[in-house]
Design a protein around this ligand. Structure first.
Ligand code: AFD
Ligand code: MN
Ligand code: MN
Length: 424
């Protein structure tokens, strides 16, 4: 379904006066409102094709109905979100969950909704029906060369789908590792994986990037072959200039200093992409900013500082994506909340007084440094984000329009209460 522009205009008209009052208040304090609004408008976050259905755990799944039944409907859903918030102009596909059988048609459909095809994701963490070799004991690390070959070939196929759709990057997340001590020779597992990644890298087109995603644990519980940013960076450095590390916020051990990781990867020119979510215990895949908003802010602080230090374009030079799962919420509402949290936090990071912070740091003025950061963090940037959205043609309050228009109800009517999306 689509939301008509006049519905959004109507909603904006009703909320405009109130919004203007709040916006004028924050803008009166700023020197560079225009520049900030420009950056907020330009910043786009890709939505993964697997985040549109209800997520589950190994204990169960409680779908809410009306989920997209095919790739076309997934594009439709992301298009709908983008109409509302104008911040999600891309879709990231997972193969084989979302094979674009007719790439020309799928690409055209994306264009119709103003969407590009972001990173392609390969899947060697599950066995597919009819698959010759099992990934039970890993894919690229596997002791069996034929299993490794199969995993490499799958990635080559994914690259080809990406070329057809106009994507420009491949994300490789491997669940490879071991569950028990002694199960695996770490060195051999690493070298096999490197060999496989090298063959995949050789097929990466000149303009493309290859992202190596790391994760501390799960589904393997003793060791993971790309377990942390050190291992990912080793691979990326060995592979070459088109290879980068990808940071997923949920893939660290508790209390890891993710902002420091981000800063150093940026310094090395090796941060490629980012998966947003939030977590309390592990890879919880919760709504962005729902548990640790201050950590998210500190990460954005380093992102902005590090990208500016290298003269990078905030919107284009890194791959931004949401990687979350929604067990108890309407997935589309959850994504709207996540994108909103990202924009609010990005805006806060843009407000940090960099000159004052540098000064405080060079004087070892710890108190002032904290004040400067927290002043920005405690600023309510929601009116800035809403103004940017208004200028871009979106809704002042996307969630309110979504609810007023009774989108889920209509989707259930259209697709049925049992419609289930592919994914985990
Ligand atoms: C995993 C990883 C990775 C992968 C996704 C699949 O974060 O990005 O593509 O989930 O659902 O946890
Ligand atoms: Mn991820
Ligand atoms: Mn994850």
């Amino acid at each position: 379904m689509r939301i008509e522009k006049n519905k959004i205009d109507e909603h904006n008209y009703l909320g405009l006066k109130e919004h203007q009052r709040k916006f004028d208040f924050i803008a009166s304090d700023l020197m560079n409102t225009k520049e900030i609004l420009r950056k907020l408008i330009d910043f786009q976050v890709a939505i993964p094709s697997w985040a549109l259905g209800t997520g589950g755990t190994r204990f169960g799944r409680f779908p809410g109905g009306g989920e997209p039944r095919n790739l076309e409907e997934k594009i439709e859903d992301i298009g709908l979100l983008h109409t509302l918030n104008k911040s999600g102009a891309a879709i990231s596909l997972h193969i084989p969950w979302d094979i674009p059988d007719n790439a020309v048609h799928i690409k055209a459909l994306g264009t119709q909704y103003g969407l590009k095809f972001d990173a392609m994701n390969s899947n060697t963490f599950q066995d597919q029906p009819g698959q010759t070799h099992s990934y039970k004991f890993g894919s690229l690390q596997n002791v069996n060369p034929e299993t490794r070959r199969q995993a490499i070939d799958h990635n080559l196929e994914v690259i080809q789908y990406g070329i057809d759709l106009g994507s420009e990057s491949l994300t490789v997340w491997l669940s490879d590792g071991s569950c028990f001590p002694g199960q695996l020779n770490f060195r051999k597992a690493f070298l096999h994986t490197l060999e496989g990644l090298e063959q995949i890298y050789a097929a990466i087109p000149e303009k493309w990037k290859m992202f190596v995603e790391y994760k501390a644990y799960e589904p393997n519980f003793y060791s993971t072959t790309v377990g942390d940013w050190g291992q990912s960076l080793l691979y990326a450095n060995k592979l070459g200039k088109k290879a980068f590390t990808l940071v997923d916020l949920g893939h660290h051990l508790p209390n890891a200093n993710i902002e420091q990781i981000v800063s150093l990867l940026l310094m090395e020119g090796k941060l490629g992409g980012f998966h947003f979510n939030d977590s309390k215990y592990g890879d919880d895949d919760l709504t962005v900013g729902s548990i640790k908003p201050y950590q998210l802010f500190l990460i954005f602080n380093e992102l902005v500082e590090g990208m500016d230090a290298r003269g990078m374009d905030h919107a284009k030079d890194l791959g931004w994506m949401i990687d979350a799962s929604h067990n108890v919420k309407d997935p589309l509402e959850d994504i709207l909340q996540s994108v909103e949290a990202i924009m609010i936090t990005y805006a806060q990071a843009l407000l940090i007084d960099r000159r004052m912070l540098v000064e405080a740091q060079s004087n070892n003025d710890v108190v002032s440094a904290q004040e400067i950061l927290q002043h920005a963090f405690r600023t309510d940037t929601r009116p800035l984000v809403a103004e940017a959205r208004l200028n871009a043609g979106g809704a002042l309050d996307p969630l309110a329009v979504y609810r007023n228009e009774r989108v889920r109800e209509k989707l259930i009517k259209q697709r049925g209460s049992k419609a289930m999306a592919t994914g985990l």
